[in-house]
Design a protein around this ligand. Structure first.
Ligand code: SAM
Length: 250
């Protein structure tokens, strides 16, 4: 949910994004979505009604660079919204589109988003690559895991409380191949940053994509290399079974 602008959103890059037109033309969050789903009913409603909820330009460029380097066959995303990140993922990568599949998980696409993300994807010409699982991620992800998927790239931008983001990561980790990358949007939120701190300090993941931090950095984030509103982590290896008492404080 990042309609903030980063310093590196410089004008010279203005037309390099497949979603550029959507920053002006996309619908905004609806009053019903803000009230019924986000559960916001105070004076933040007015601001939320001005944003699209999609990744901003700097985040989109970081996603595009990461996906392009990884060149995934199978990618997966939690949280479709109006499709900013999905279109960016589909438009990046080098292999023929016919060799690619991008799974998106979202329970509210047809209702609250009025299929706006799917419509933008269709206009961008990526419908053939997309498979929508219209459900909560905590239900859809374990089903995908049971299907035995091997995922090359995943993007987490669904429900933003700590527990949901952690559960999204937990199941994605089970499906992510060695060398694959998982990216987190809104990685500077107080609910989300601790998930990343846990992963980098306790699991075999390394930080491979960041943006500049807009706030003073905490010591632990400097130590772990975490910064910015969008962070990519590469799975270095599949974890061997740990002893039951294993825990590294973070
Ligand atoms: C910030 S928006 C995603 C924006 C999108 N990534 C983009 O760049 O345009 C968050 C999305 O998560 C979806 N969402 C909310 N709760 C969810 C859940 N439990 N599982 C999956 N998606 C969820 C919402 O319907 C919404 O589409």
């Amino acid at each position: 949910m990042s309609d903030r602008e980063h310093p590196e959103n410089v004008k010279s890059h203005e037309h390099d994004l497949p979603t550029e037109h959507l920053y002006d033309q996309s619908p905004r969050l609806t009053p019903e979505y803000i009230s019924e789903i986000l559960n916001i009913k105070d004076d933040r409603v007015d601001f939320l009604g001005t944003i699209t909820g999609g990744v901003d330009r700097a985040e989109a460029r970081l996603i595009a660079r990461t996906v392009s380097e990884l060149d995934p066959t199978l990618s997966l995303e939690v949280g479709l919204g109006y499709g900013f990140s999905a279109i960016t993922i589909c438009a990046s990568g080098r292999r023929p589109r016919t060799e690619r599949r991008h799974i998106v998980i979202d329970p509210h696409q047809a209702s609250h988003w009025r299929n706006g993300g799917l419509k933008h994807i269709e206009e961008a010409g990526f419908t053939d690559m997309i498979e929508l699982r219209a459900d909560y991620s905590y239900r859809a992800l374990p089903r995908l895991e049971q299907e035995g998927l091997s995922v090359d790239f995943a993007f987490i931008d669904g429900w933003h409380t700590f527990d949901f983001v952690f559960v999204d990561f937990f199941f994605i980790d089970k499906m992510l191949r060695e060398g694959g990358v998982v990216m987190f949007d809104d990685a500077d939120w107080p609910s989300i940053r601790p998930v990343l701190r846990y992963i980098v300090s306790n699991l075999p993941y390394s930080v491979v994509a960041t943006l500049p931090e807009t706030r003073p950095r905490e010591a632990i984030d400097i130590e772990l290399g975490l910064e910015g509103s969008c962070i990519g982590l590469r799975k270095e290896k599949t974890l061997a079974p740990r002893e039951v008492f294993f825990h590294r404080p973070f």
